[in-house]
Design a protein around this ligand. Structure first.
Ligand code: 4NP
Length: 157
C-alpha cells in the first residue's frame, strides 16, 4: 500500500490510447495545473496497436483548440502492474471495463470505474469512441473528459 501522503495516481484507459485516454490525461493535467494540485497522471490502451505513437491528430487538434498540448504523449498498453501502481483506473466504456477486469491480477489495489462516474448525474455513462467520427465527435469527447476532470478535482472522489 502506498503512504497516504503521496499524491493520487490516476490512469486513464481506452481501446487504442490515441483518442479518448490521452484527451482525458490532458484535461486532468490542465485542471491540476490550474488548481496547483499535484497528481500522477498517465494513460494506456487495451490494445497494443499504437504503442509509441502520438495521439491521433484530431485529438491533438481538439485539445490544442482548448489550450492543451498533448502531442508529447506516446501510446502504451495496459500492464498487470498498473493495477498495483495506480490508485485509480478510469475506463471510457463498458468494453474497457470488461477487458480490464479480465487482465486484473488477483492482488490488484487500484479502484476501477468509468470516467463519467466522476460526474454527478452521469454515473454509468460511457464516452463513445470518436475514432470513426469527425471534429464534432472529438469535441464531444473533449467536453466529456473536461467535465469529468472538473468534477473529480472538486470532489477528489
Ligand atoms: P481510442 O480510439 O480508444 O479512444 O484511442 C481508438 C483508436 C484506435 C483504435 C481503436 C480505438 N484502433 O483500433 O486502432
Amino acid at each position: 500500500m502506498k503512504p497516504h501522503s503521496q499524491s493520487p495516481s490516476l490512469l486513464f484507459v481506452c481501446l487504442g490510447n490515441i483518442c479518448r485516454s490521452p484527451l482525458a490525461e490532458g484535461a486532468f493535467r490542465s485542471e491540476a495545473e490550474r488548481l496547483g494540485v499535484e497528481v500522477m497522471l498517465d494513460s494506456a490502451g487495451i490494445g497494443g496497436w499504437h504503442i509509441g505513437e502520438p495521439p491521433d491528430v484530431r485529438a491533438q487538434a481538439v485539445a490544442l483548440k482548448h489550450g492543451v498540448e498533448i502531442g508529447g504523449l506516446r501510446g502504451r498498453q495496459i500492464a498487470p502492474r498498473d493495477f498495483l501502481e495506480f490508485d485509480r483506473i478510469f475506463a471510457m466504456d463498458h468494453e474497457n471495463i470488461r477487458d480490464l477486469k479480465a487482465l486484473r491480477p488477483g492482488n490488484a489495489t487500484a479502484r476501477l470505474s468509468l470516467l463519467m462516474d466522476c460526474v454527478p448525474g452521469k454515473e454509468g455513462r460511457v464516452i463513445p469512441d470518436p475514432y470513426y467520427g469527425g471534429p464534432r465527435e472529438f469535441e464531444q469527447t473533449w467536453q466529456a473528459v473536461s467535465e469529468a476532470a472538473r468534477c473529480w478535482f472538486t470532489s477528489r472522489g
